[in-house]
Ligand binder design. Structure first.
Ligand SMILES: [Zn+2]
Length: 300
C-alpha cells in the first residue's frame, strides 16, 4: 500500500513536461540571482549603516524582490519552484563560501560548513523524493481501518485512534497520515513519515546558516582589520555581505519556526489542527487560499 501511495503521489508531482521543469528551474535560478543582487545593493546604497541596521532593510528588499519576481513570472507565464529556489540558494551560499570566504576560515569550520551543505542537499533530496505518509484510497486501507468506505475511515477519527490525524492536503490533493502542514519551501506535505526528517532539515538549515554567518563575519573582520576593505573585489565583498544578511534573516525566522515545532512535539500538537482550532477563520481562509491556488495551478 505504501509503495502504491508513494507512486501515486510522485505521479501527481511529475505531471509537468521536461520543458516545464527546465523553465521552472531557470525561473527559480533567476529568482535566486535577482533576490541576492537586490540584497547586495543594500551595503552599496547604505555603506555607513551597521550590519544590524542593514538587516530590516535587507529583509524588506528581499521580500520586494520576491514579489517582483512573482509578478514577472506571472507576466511571462513561467512558474518557479520553491524547492528549486531553496536548492539554488544552498548552492549559491556554498559557492560564495568556497570561492571567496574559505581562505579566512579555520580547517574545522571549513570541514563543518562543507559537511553541513552536503547534508542539506542530501536531506532536501530525501524529503522531496520521500513519502510523507500518503494514505491510498484502496481496499487495503479500508480493511486496515475496518470501515465500509473511505469517508467513514477518515472523518470519525475519534472512533479509530490508529487513523486519527489523517487529513487531506489541499495543495497536493493527497491524504496524509499524521498530517502536520504543507511546507511551501519544500513543496511537500509534512506528515507521519517525514516529520523527523523535516525537523532534522530545519535544524540543519539553522546550523548551516549560522556557521555561514560566522565564516562570513571572519572574512569581513579580516578585511577591516587588515585595511583591505576598499581594495577587495567589490562584487565579492557585496556578495558576502548580502548572503550573510540573507543567512541571518533566514536563521531568525527558522529559529522561531523550529521552536514552534519543538513545542508541538512536546505537547503532541499538529500545526494544521492548532490553526483550525484556534483561528478557525484563518484556517478557513488558508484552506480557501489553497483551493484557489490549486485551481489556478491546474488551470495554468
Ligand atoms: Zn501538501
Amino acid at each position: 500500500m505504501s509503495r502504491l501511495a508513494t507512486g501515486l503521489h510522485r505521479l501527481r508531482r511529475s505531471s509537468s513536461s521536461p520543458w516545464e521543469v527546465l523553465w521552472s528551474a531557470l525561473a527559480s535560478c533567476g529568482l535566486v540571482i535577482f533576490s541576492q543582487l537586490a540584497v547586495a545593493m543594500v551595503p552599496r546604497l547604505f555603506p555607513s549603516l551597521s550590519l544590524l541596521a542593514m538587516l530590516p532593510i535587507a529583509g524588506l528588499v528581499f521580500l520586494a524582490a520576491i514579489v517582483l519576481g512573482r509578478l514577472w513570472r506571472r507576466f511571462i507565464g513561467v512558474a518557479a519552484s520553491a524547492p528549486l529556489f531553496v536548492l539554488f540558494n544552498i548552492l549559491l551560499l556554498w559557492g560564495v563560501y568556497v570561492f571567496v570566504i574559505r581562505r579566512d576560515t579555520s580547517s574545522l569550520l571549513d570541514m563543518l560548513l562543507n559537511a553541513e551543505c552536503a547534508l542539506l542537499l542530501w536531506g532536501l533530496y530525501r524529503i522531496l523524493s520521500g513519502d510523507p505518509g500518503i494514505v491510498a484510497c484502496d481496499s487495503s486501507y479500508l480493511e486496515e481501518a475496518g470501515c465500509k468506505d473511505f469517508v467513514e475511515a477518515i472523518y470519525p477519527s475519534e472512533k479509530l485512534p490508529m487513523l486519527s490525524r489523517v487529513r487531506q492536503c489541499n495543495w497536493c490533493k493527497a491524504t496524509i497520515r499524521g498530517y502536520d502542514h504543507h511546507c511551501p519551501a519544500f513543496g511537500t506535505c509534512i506528515g507521519q513519515k517525514n516529520h523527523r526528517l523535516f525537523m532534522a532539515l530545519l535544524t540543519g538549515f539553522v546550523v548551516a546558516e549560522s556557521t555561514y554567518t560566522m565564516c562570513s563575519t571572519k572574512y569581513i573582520t579580516r578585511c577591516i582589520n587588515s585595511g583591505t576593505l576598499r581594495s577587495e573585489n567589490p562584487v565579492s565583498l557585496n556578495l558576502v555581505i548580502s548572503t550573510m544578511l540573507f543567512s541571518i534573516l533566514q536563521v531568525v525566522w527558522q529559529v522561531v519556526f523550529l521552536m514552534w515545532h519543538i513545542y508541538c512535539i512536546c505537547f503532541n500538537i499538529k500545526t494544521d489542527e492548532w490553526v483550525i482550532s484556534n483561528f478557525p477563520c484563518f484556517g478557513l481562509f488558508l484552506h480557501q487560499l489553497q483551493v484557489v491556488f490549486s485551481l489556478a495551478v491546474s488551470c495554468s
